[in-house]
Design a protein around this ligand. Sequence first.
Ligand code: UD1
Ligand code: UDP
Length: 411
Amino acid sequence: MGPRRLVAVIAGTRPEAVKVAPVIRKLADSATLAPLVVSTSQHREMTRQIFDDFGISVDIDLDVMRPRQNLWDLTARVSSKMGAVFAETPVAAVLVQGDTTSAFVGALAAFYHRIPVGHVEAGLRSHDRYSPFPEEINRMLIGRLANWHFAPTSHAARQLRRENVADADIFTTGNTVVDALHWMVERVSDDALPAAARAKDCRLVLVTCHRRENLGEPMMDVAHAVRELAAKYEDLHFLFPVHPNPAVRDAVYPLLDDHPRITLCEPLGYNEFLAALKKAWLVLSDSGGVQEESTALGRPVLVLRKETERPEGVKAGTLKLVGTDRKRIVREVTRLCSSPAAYEKMTKGSKVFGDGQAAERIVSVLEEKIQPSAPRSMARRKSVKASSTSSWSKEKTGASPIAPAKGGVRV
Ligand code: UD1
Ligand code: UDP
């Protein structure tokens, strides 16, 4: 057999790192394929934090993050650096995940190099071009660029068919976040629980909020609601890992920093976050991934948005859309505090987002679609070997050389 062919797996932000981690691990076990882990570092610290949690090393780091980055400059930096990687690196396919700038521009750069693109978590739609912003348009554009669409649910697959994506190119796999969750939950112990979440005789409310469309007034409204609820219910303890975006910190810290039952903290490691989520009585969040994880674990979520591209979780009863209006949030939490029946209904949980085998299905499809390379002697003449990528990454990005045999996974 010839050398294993490289599949570039792109991640730039925290949720992408969580959701590609299981795919990277499966690719590392493949007989015919190997992962090349490309981090744009759109989130410099948080992507590293998550990959560390999964024991994954980055092969090529584009180092694009700037404080308070805007979308157009970020897009230009990712495009220029990603284009250069694909110009010099012989990858057989590119995988992007979700709907971030890194994912959209990664798919575009691959297309410019005529490299086939696989889209993990394809087919999510809110049907509102400005919410989530810019994610709704990003994922639609990736949908035009991708060759293989890995839909997490049958609902997502149906949306792709409605947009005339060929049936043969759609694969319903489940969401890889459930694989990530299973992998990590097996390793989480109570020691991972942040100290602030250990308070006895308290109901833990886990809060996250970061969406661009919620920055400013809406996020401050959420903070006011949290404060009001902490005053109203003495047995509620709020744990709020604050996203490093300075615009989020500006909205949250001045309003919530000084309350004994509101703990603001740095972003948690994935194991710590899952430990807190398992313990949480209630979740208030505008995050996409947290909606899926909470549905899998049966933890009720009041979604701080006016729409969701994850209606499966609403149907399952775990998610309720409440937006960011202070009065509405206080009213909904009050309802759950005073009606055990209403609360119970939200704790059932569901496997609607996956069974933990999504990465395996994705890698099987890739193994079938990507032709094996020619035996080693021919490959040497016809194509650049993976080792030349190592020198590229070292020379141009300062990243550690790639290790094709293990494919970026530390074991
Ligand atoms: C990005 C994604 C969004 C995703 C979210 C997950 C885009 C346009 N947005 O939004 O889809 O839901 O990530 O969290 O792709 N920062 C740091 N360190 C980090 C991470 C961020 O300092 O590790 C700060 C920087 O100042 C950066 C700012 O946060 O400029 C915003 O980061 P950015 O990726 O542009 O936007 P997010 O709102 O995080
Ligand atoms: N997460 C984490 N630590 C935290 C907050 C979130 O590990 O302090 C994880 C969470 O479990 C989920 C992912 O980050 O898997 C969601 O990321 P985020 O909310 O930033 O992005 P979104 O899913 O909204 O795109």
